[in-house]
Ligand binder design. Structure first.
Ligand SMILES: *[C@@H]1O[C@H](CO)[C@@H](O)[C@H](O)[C@H]1NC(C)=O
Ligand SMILES: *[C@@H]1O[C@H](CO)[C@@H](O)[C@H](O)[C@H]1NC(C)=O
Length: 622
């Protein structure tokens, strides 16, 4: 795999985070202060971009020279030309280099999500991508074409509508992680001390982060969902927050990114934290999800569900262990809830996973398989209580994080449930929301908001809870699968309904088209944005274009043959013929030919799907 130097650096940082925190030279950071600028003005002139912080007592300016591409910090001595285009911005998303040169991405709009731990949390609702160069005359024709393709990828990523940040708070960390930090941690800049797994603009900030004095311009941004809801139960007001943080390691789309990699990162890894804030008390409960941590793939091939392919050459045990070493380090004890089908298409993956867990000798890992579809078939979702009962003891042992009014620790969370199904979307969402509900009941009892004889289900708060979790499910599903989640009727209403089944049918159809004909582009967009692919200026000159794909003759010939056959079929159907028998013959022949071509296309399905061209291109289709 080609990894940008940014990612390597980030990865190293991830591994030695604690050491960094302890040994980091804090002298400069102290002087910097720990917040990012909240509000800035951007002034654009033909050869310079000035970024002027509005919430700084000093009169400084970040200056980007559009020609030399240099970035520097200057005293504001009135050097901003009066003719420059000015607008208010809320932060720098980052800088990305495409074929035409660097592009500056800034946040132009935001929406307040709510207050967390006294800090305002924002959602990014508008961005602007500004090219340093004003023309593309310096590029050849292919480069112009590729550059606009790259730009479309960047725009696609920015359109995700799920970026969140705070200029004053560590949104990428759980409450428990923040509780356990050293004083030095607080002195570091927000960007430096963020959890690298969840900062989606790390690569984009690289050029700014290289200069220590620009720390306050480096705003870490996470991708996922943050929902903060002020609630009341019987007159007691509390804030209910659910944060889902998507990992940027092994990030990708459903069928192109599966399983584990050699660094122990898994696809579709998401940390979900539920927080209750009540009269200065804070409770938090964390869960994780991620792809089955083995080496496997499931590339799209026009089939409704391609068969999962389990690697026969990679060392599954090594992948598993490297994944869980990090997980145990980060969260403590692990209970793996495996919701895969134990027969049919998912069977082999299920049994390989089970075998590996049985060979592992680690007290910190427990394995809990539950065949969701089998146990809950015929809409018997009440049977999920079987699973919940089996893990109740462990849930109690893990406990949850809580600090009292004076910020003194009351309890810590000692372990997590790590849930997976095949996509880690629909079945996983359902189980996660049940686990959260159970812990929430305990937390609200502890805070004396509800009484132990009063089940949460009986309160009006339940509809808030259900909608928050259904929204959360939709976000994870959109980003990985391409559509909203399935089964959210259950999450929203507590019941599986016929309407829900129909909605799921519709979403499944959209997923099918997205996954087969759009996901190559979506995967490339992620790889470009995260710096897994770094655009090389010599692409399309000294080097070949990175965006060209070699297609087999079948890719061009079969659809053409199909079109001809279908047209001929229609023509023979519509043109009157003197001999009915002959006409029927023609129609049958061309109809048969169309059908045959379709079947051949289906057999060679892998040739027709939209494949990634950048990092994840070198996969084999079965
Ligand atoms: C709850 O949220 C509201 C609105 O964001 C905020 O004003 C209030 O201070 C928050 N309360 C707590 C306990 O955090
Ligand atoms: C995610 O969170 C926001 C609040 O920031 C909320 O408005 C939205 O509905 C959530 N869900 C989705 C699907 O975006």
């Amino acid at each position: 795999m080609v990894v940008g130097h940014g990612q390597v650096l980030i990865h190293l940082l991830a591994l030695s985070k604690i050491k960094v925190i302890l040994t980091k030279v804090v002298v400069t950071a102290m002087a910097m202060g720990s917040h990012a600028f909240k509000c800035l003005h951007q002034h654009v002139s033909p050869d310079k971009i000035f970024i002027e912080p509005l919430d700084s007592d000093k009169t400084e300016l970040l200056l980007i020279d559009r020609i030399s591409q240099e970035i520097s910090l200057k005293q504001n001595e009135g050097q901003i030309p009066a003719t420059s285009e000015s607008k208010q911005i809320y932060g720098i998303f980052g800088i990305i280099r495409l074929l035409a040169g660097p592009y500056l991405i800034v946040i132009t709009d935001r929406a307040q999500v709510g207050t967390l731990n006294g800090h305002t949390i924002w959602k990014v609702t508008g961005t602007q991508v500004l090219s340093y160069t004003k023309t593309t005359f310096h590029l050849n024709e292919q480069q112009v074409q590729d550059n606009s393709r790259y730009l479309a990828m960047v725009e696609h990523m920015l359109a995700a509508d799920s970026y969140y940040y705070s200029a004053t708070y560590d949104l990428t960390h759980t409450m428990q992680r923040l509780q356990n930090t050293s004083p030095e941690f607080q002195q570091m800049s927000l960007h430096e001390r963020g959890d690298v797994r969840f900062i989606w603009n790390s690569h984009l900030l690289l050029e700014l982060a290289q200069q220590q004095e620009l720390a306050k311009y480096c705003l870490p941004i996470m991708l996922g969902n943050v929902s903060i809801t002020p609630c009341t139960i019987k007159g007691d007001a509390f804030n209910y927050t659910v944060i889902s943080r998507r990992s940027c390691f092994r990030a990708g789309v459903r069928y192109y990114m599966r399983g584990v990699n050699s660094e122990g990162h898994v696809a579709n890894y998401v940390e979900t934290e539920q927080i209750v804030e009540y009269q200065g008390n804070k409770c938090s409960f964390v869960q994780t999800r991620g792809s089955v941590p083995l080496y496997w793939s499931q590339y799209p091939n026009l089939k409704y569900k391609p068969d999962p392919q389990i690697s026969t050459i990679d060392d599954h045990m090594a992948g598993f262990e490297s994944h869980f070493a990090t997980e145990v380090y980060n969260y403590g004890r692990q209970v793996i809830i495996n919701l895969l089908d134990q027969k049919g298409q998912e069977k082999e993956l299920f049994s390989t996973f089970t075998d590996v867990t049985q060979k592992v000798n680690n007290n910190n890992i427990r394995y809990e398989p539950f065949d969701f579809h089998k146990e809950c078939k015929h809409m018997r979702w009440d049977r999920l209580s079987i699973l919940m009962d089996r893990i109740a003891d462990e849930q109690d042992q893990h406990g949850y994080f809580m600090v009292g009014r004076d910020n003194s620790p009351v309890s810590m969370q000692k372990g997590v449930f790590r849930t997976n199904c095949i996509d880690c979307l629909d079945r996983t969402n359902v189980v996660q929301s049940l686990l959260s509900k159970r812990t929430l009941q305990q937390q609200l009892e502890k805070l004396e908001i509800i009484h132990s004889s009063q089940p949460l289900e009986s309160t009006a708060f339940m509809s808030t809870f259900n909608n928050v979790w259904a929204d959360n499910a939709d976000v994870c599903a959109k980003q990985y699968g391409g559509t909203g989640a399935l089964k959210t009727d259950f999450t929203r209403t507590g019941k599986r309904t016929t309407m829900g089944l129909l909605q799921d049918g519709y979403n499944s159809a959209i997923r099918y088209f997205m996954n087969n004909f759009y996901d190559g582009f979506r995967q490339d967009s992620i790889d470009l944005f995260l710096g897994n692919h770094i655009v090389d200026e010599t692409e399309c000159t000294l080097k070949p274009s990175a965006l060209l794909t070699e297609r087999d003759w079948k890719f061009y010939a079969l659809p053409a043959i199909f079109l001809v056959a279908v047209s001929m079929c229609i023509i023979s159907l519509l043109l009157p013929d003197e001999h009915l028998g002959e006409q029927v013959m023609y129609v049958l022949f061309w109809g048969g030919a169309s059908l045959l071509t379709l079947i051949v296309m289906y057999i060679y399905g892998g040739e027709f799907v939209d494949r990634p061209k950048l990092v994840s291109k070198s996969f084999k289709t079965e």
